[in-house]
Design a protein around this ligand. Sequence first.
Ligand code: C2E
Ligand code: CA
Ligand code: CA
Length: 754
Amino acid sequence: MVFSSAADTIPGSSAQAAKPLGGNARTDLLWPLAIMGIMATVILIGGVAALVFEFDAGSLQREQGGVSHGISGRIDEIEHLIVPRAASDEAVANLAVNFDVDWAQRNIGLYLAQAEGFDAAFVLTHEDRPVLASLNAKVEPVEAYADFAAAARSLVDTVRATEARRGPVRTTEQIRANLAAPIQASEIERVDDATYVLTATLVQPDFGAVLIEGPRAPIVLTAMAIDQAFIDVFADRYLLQGLAIQQRPPGAWTDLAQAPLRNQDGESVATLTWLPTKPGQTLLNRLGPPILIFLAMLAALVVVVYRRSLTAARSLIQSEGRATHMAYHDALTGLPNRVLFFDRLALAIDQAKRNHQSIAVHCIDLDKFKQVNDTHGHPAGDELIREAARRMKAQCRAADTVARLAGDEFAVIQIGASPASAAALAARLIEAMRALVDLGASRVLVGCSAGIAMINDGDITPAEALRQADLALYRAKHEGRGRYCFFEMEMDTAIKSRRQMEADLRQALANDELSMVYQPQVDQTGRVKGVEALLRWQHCERGSVSPSYFVPFAEECGLLGELTLFTLRRALADSCRWHGLDVAVNISAHQLRRDGFADALIGIAAELGVDPEKIDLEITESTLLLDDSHTHDTLSRLREMGFKLVLDDFGTGYSSLTYLRRYPIDKIKIDRSFVAELGHHADADAIVAAIVNLGHALNLEVVAEGVETVEQLQRLVAVGCRDIQGYLFSRPVDAAEIDILSQIGIIELNHQAA
Ligand code: C2E
Ligand code: CA
Ligand code: CA
């Protein structure tokens, strides 16, 4: 099975970052906008429609009211027109007391037709028998009433009923007391093809000069056709346009407003139609175009907002993608970073467990990255890292993960690895890093070391896997860099005891468990010239721990600064106790290279009132090996202050002579190994003699250390080395003993040798 790519594990990896806006996101955006747009449109259109409808309906109602008022008003007028004709003493005399047909025709038929526009007039006797029929101002045979008889029936009945209730007008008092109001009834009815206002009016006196004899009076029945002329009278008054009468009940006439004309029984006998004003429609016509423009603008706005939101959402998703990519990748190399590395390692361990595979975790460290960074600058350091990343990636398969964990620390997850293939990959990586790296202005050789942890067990955590690879790397570096090492269990134990040691050393520094001892330096006669300050750590379990072990250890675990302050302060303070004795202090390469070392030393000397001339600084050739300007400056500065420089372990380094010329050295200390060989190897005497001669030639003092025997002493003296340090004269002792020695001033050799 192939190891999943990052896209499977970490959200928003590069594969996802480029992903376009999904369909869901589009609809998610579109829907609310569309709904808002539609709602706005519906509300607007609905509102306008409701307004238009209400306006139009209100107007129609008003117009219909106008029509019915017009009709009823006309009927009232008609009734009033008849009253003077039928309700008068003269009418009583000529119609009831005696029926005078001429009078009737002249005053009723003809008059009403010509003066008032009635179409027909009839006079009925008290028995409701027609005695006059006048149609269009002409007297017709009374049979003509037959056409109207049926339509007039109910009207006549109504009038008779009212007459019966009131009774005939018999006295003038009745009239004077206004108790003789005219009795009339009107209705709209159809006769043949026309619609008429039929009015029945009871004949009665107006002044009472003549009275009705019997119980019933005659009735005058009139008909006025509801024609165009009839309705025109009120059409103008009520502002009704195109008012017309249709001789049929209301129906579906488009665009026309209608009002039915009903008879007494409520049946519609004809319909009035007119062109409704429709103010709503007018309003709509006026508002329509602006509303359409507004809706178009709304639609455009929705589109613009949609587009903008879409773009905004897109760039948001993109920048989110970029941010996630940055969160899981190293900006400099583009490689997965520590977070993604752990994620993938967890997944790889999981898959390896299921597939019964092994994986290898490589931890790789560039060997000289810090130096390149310090001497060539950070841009060069960056380029070196980028080039290292390229080379490492080129050596790995696509399924493997190459990650940058920190600084110059890389890691590789090798899927399906055997110890052999892991070793092969590590060798290839180291080989690839061996080639010269072109940094533009310069080319450097760096190289790298690798630690490998084989993982066959699915229960290991990614952190533990990396820790093991890291331990193996540590071992590889210690074994000489440019190589790889597999993790082994005992490294763990070693590291654990180191960790314990570190804790102990911290505690020792805090609890003042460290101390200084001093080893005298004498001339051949035993006269004490100076002492070398040597650090001691009395460990509660391990006993006395050698500084050659714990000083480098302090360097590694960051305790060197404290250690330096302790030794300088103690040695310089003790030096004040011994007049005439020089005190040599050992300074490791790391101490010397630390920023502020010279300041600290000068500061302590000034504070304690120590004359720098009394202090020898013992440095080794390895300190000078790098030949960097910082070291050079520090040493020159200290020398100018008066401190003396001693080259320790002389002869064990590389090109001793070069350093002696380049640096302001005052004294060389012949290494113990040469002294130990004196008398055993013929060469040894020659070498020691050469060193002594060289020193004297360069005007340097020469001291030999590790002198244990009288023979060694004699041979040294023989070649001209007169300053001696070693067990032969004294082991390192504590300050109190040096107090005494400084008083005596000489060590008796015979006594000591025994
Ligand atoms: P070194 O500077 O070469 O110190 C001399 C070492 O040789 C001392 O070991 C001393 O005890 C030992 N020695 C002296 N005379 C004889 C002798 O006749 N025979 C033999 N076999 N050994 C003799 P020590 O004290 O264990 O120091 C070991 C190294 O630790 C020193 O080597 C020095 O490099 C470093 N060291 C000691 N004290 C300090 C310190 O305060 N600061 C720093 N930075 N390094 C220190
Ligand atoms: Ca020394
Ligand atoms: Ca030494």
